[in-house]
Design a protein around this ligand. Structure first.
Ligand code: NAG
Ligand code: NAG
Ligand code: NAG
Length: 515
């Protein structure tokens, strides 16, 4: 018994000593690892230094700031009327053509002739016209089959609030123009090719937002809406194509700008890259910022041409006009309303921008220094793009918002971002806005006038307008799409040889992992 006690206490002493040295060793290791972690993360404190230089088109953007004085030659049409008035048909190149009739531009200046760029080669499915221009009541005619002859007449796009999501129309027109009117634009970022083996990406030209806007209501005597039926047909069509089968859709581009468009098809076509307004209504395995492209809304207010306003002449400090939503966004809007309603130079009112509302909103934004963008029932809205077109510095209160081309554009140069939880603190927002100096505001206002052209949808497209910026964003995804395609083909290749046309890609049915 005694012996055992001795050996036990001996053991205790030994173990205490070794524990102590073990503990101090751990402490030293721990401190050293912190030191290395801190050292290795420091460069990321300033990510902007890497961001731009590593991107393909980065130098293009640094020059945009300085040498693009905004032109005054744009024609200001009624923004509700999307159809360009005249089409200048010519077989000759137009580089020195000063004839304004060819200019359907809204805000932006005449494109500068650019250096050589990599042009994105796009194969576009010849979908039956009911999926695209047929939705605009265009009828197939002549030799062009399912596509309109845009040399003679453009199919008319309906006005109203449909316009916001019209990217599908402008992008498709641009591809048709690359073929039918190759000289109509001084610069091209994308061209249509007919051999899909030579294409960088495959476009599915379904006007899904228009289909949602026009056909989502169910007829009383029909089981499902036409919008649903079209999506079902689309999925069937696309999945039968050799191009889809060989890549499992990973090199496909699908237009789904309206948050409710493609509601049914998205769960089948998710391996493709979607062009979206935000991810608000998408689960992250179906759409995410790595895979997909965010495109701007088409603004509904007119461009502010010849804007000679100033900090002083814009008498309203902060402008907000929008709907109250019953969902999450509504609560933030309501609280902000109570926080701001006593401020004399703040315009805050509820009500959606219907017909007459658009003109009032334009006038309101043009006479305001800052314009509030508060998340609504989706993180994004066309209000941001209306603010940009009005050169009203956007104040963005929407934690989940994703912004177009943010990989190549620094939004902090012309937008203010405020976290929702901060904005809801008493006096935080108003004190913050009031602390922004005239100089700082003027810098952002000037930058807004430079960047506004990135958000202009027009036909023919112009250098770095919205159409071309979206194609460029797709081009930046193209190598990832190729990588995923190549990866997905690893095993099929060894088993079936390179005859991929007949391979059925069954592993695609569950969207757990899009790699
Ligand atoms: C399409 O392009 C591939 C690769 O360049 C070529 O091998 C093939 O012959 C082309 N097909 C046609 C129909 O031109
Ligand atoms: C802007 O200025 C140009 C030339 O100074 C003029 O031709 C054009 O009509 C103006 N636009 C508007 C909307 O005032
Ligand atoms: C995918 O494979 C093609 C050849 O089939 C090759 O040219 C291309 O570079 C590969 N892309 C990537 C991203 O690995």
């Amino acid at each position: 018994m005694a012996e055992r006690n001795v050996s036990q206490s001996h053991f205790k002493v030994v173990s205490r000593n070794s524990l102590l040295s073990f503990f101090s060793l751990i402490t030293i290791l721990f401190m050293m690892s912190w030191f290395f972690i801190l050292r290795s993360t420091r460069p990321e404190d300033n990510p902007s230094s890497i961001d731009r230089s590593s991107l393909p088109d980065s130098n293009q953007f640094s020059t945009l700031n300085t040498d693009s004085p905004l032109g005054n030659r744009a024609i200001l049409g009624d923004s509700q009327d999307l159809e360009p008035k005249k089409i200048h048909v010519t077989k000759k190149p137009l580089p020195n053509d000063n004839d304004d009739t060819n200019d359907f531009g809204k805000c932006s200046s005449k494109p500068r002739t650019s250096g050589k760029k990599n042009v994105l080669k796009i194969f576009m499915y010849d979908l039956p016209s009911e999926f695209h221009f047929g939705l605009l009541d265009w009828k197939e005619e002549g030799n062009n089959g399912v596509w309109p002859d845009i040399r003679t007449k453009l199919p008319h796009y309906p006005g109203g609030l449909n316009v916001q999501h019209s990217i599908e129309y402008w992008l498709t027109l641009d591809l048709l123009a690359s073929e039918q009117l190759p000289e109509s634009s001084d610069s091209r970022t994308a061209i249509r090719v007919h051999n899909s083996s030579e294409a960088d990406v495959i476009l599915v030209p379904f006007f899904s937002s228009l289909s949602y806007n026009r056909f989502s209501r169910t007829d009383p005597h029909e089981k499902r809406s036409n919008n649903k039926a079209l999506q079902e047909k689309l999925v069937k069509f696309v999945m039968e194509q050799m191009e889809w089968k060989r890549s499992g859709g990973r090199d496909h581009v699908i237009l789904a700008h309206h948050p409710n468009s493609m509601l049914d098809a998205r769960s089948k076509l998710w391996p493709a890259t979607f062009i979206l307004s935000d991810f608000g209504r998408y689960p992250p395995n179906i759409a995410n910022v790595e895979k997909d492209v965010i495109a701007p809304y088409k603004h509904v207010v007119e461009c502010y041409e010849n804007d000679s306003s100033s900090f002083g002449s814009r008498t309203t400090l902060l402008y907000f006009q929008g709907a109250i939503y019953r969902k999450d966004g509504g609560h933030v809007r309501q609280e902000l309303f109570y926080l701001l309603k006593e401020e004399k130079d703040v315009h805050f009112s509820f009500g959606s921008a219907q017909k007459g509302g658009v003109k009032d909103a334009a006038a309101g934004m043009r006479s305001s220094k800052f314009c509030l963008n508060i998340a609504g029932d989706t993180p994004s809205s066309n209000r941001l793009f209306d603010a940009i077109a009005s050169h009203c510095v956007p104040v963005i209160i929407s934690d989940e918002i994703e912004l177009p081309y943010e990989d190549v554009l620094d939004y902090t140069e012309f937008c203010i971002f405020v976290r929702t939880r901060d904005a809801l603190k008493k006096r935080f927002l108003i004190d913050f806005i009031r602390s922004i100096s005239e100089d700082e505001w003027s810098r952002m206002w000037k930058r807004l006038k430079e960047v506004e052209k990135f958000y202009e949808f027009q036909f023919p497209s112009k250098e770095d307008d919205a159409v071309q910026m979206i194609w460029q964003a797709v081009a930046r995804k193209a190598s990832l799409m190729r990588l995923k395609t190549n990866k997905s083909r690893r095993f099929f290749r060894s088993v079936y040889g390179s005859n991929l046309g007949n391979v059925r890609v069954n592993s695609m049915s569950t969207p757990k992992n899009f790699w």
